[in-house]
Design a protein. Structure first.
Length: 166
């Protein structure tokens, strides 16, 4: 696609790599800050109308990231391929986080009373199940897309040339 603004990239490869690192840190910093802001406001019983714009922006960032990572066959920078074991680990972490969140939110200073635990635990279990299901579905989409991208990169012109040489 032709650049409609006629702007050329004047950066070398090292500068481009640094710029991408800065952009990556900025995106994930913003993502984390929005998540913390939403969680703090929700835990403080702030009416949802007051933080709904933040929630919408957060969800748009999540959806964009998920779609683009899967479209490009990328899982994470730390773990190249998703497994059920890592999906269970991340789901358990999310479920535990939601359990603690509901304990704090619903109890107000006396979270040690057992009457607050069943609802919080149930929320954590449901969160675990939802996260695990979403991660498993995303894993399936990742492997499907990764397979398509791997077959796309095989250049049919090179295989024809190799066949004629032998």
């Amino acid at each position: 696609m032709k650049n409609p603004f006629h702007i050329q990239n004047k950066l070398d490869e090292m500068q481009t790599q640094k710029m991408l690192t800065i952009n990556n840190r900025g995106f994930w910093g913003t993502w984390t800050a929005l998540l913390i802001a939403i969680a703090v406001q929700a835990a403080a019983d702030v009416p949802p109308e007051q933080y709904m714009a933040e929630w919408i922006i957060f969800m748009l960032m999540c959806a964009y990231s998920l779609i683009e990572y899967l479209r490009n066959g990328i899982w994470t920078t730390f773990d190249a391929h998703p497994t059920a074991k890592t999906n269970v680990m991340w789901s358990a972490l999310g479920g535990a986080g939601v359990t603690v969140f509901y304990l704090v939110r619903n109890s107000r200073q006396d979270w040690w009373q057992w009457s607050y635990w069943p609802g919080s635990a149930l929320g954590g279990v449901f969160t675990f199940a939802l996260i695990f299901g979403a991660l498993q579905a995303s894993s399936w989409l990742y492997y499907k897309r990764r397979g398509a991208l791997d077959h796309e990169t095989e250049d049919p012109d090179n295989t024809e040339e190799e066949e004629t040489k032998s």
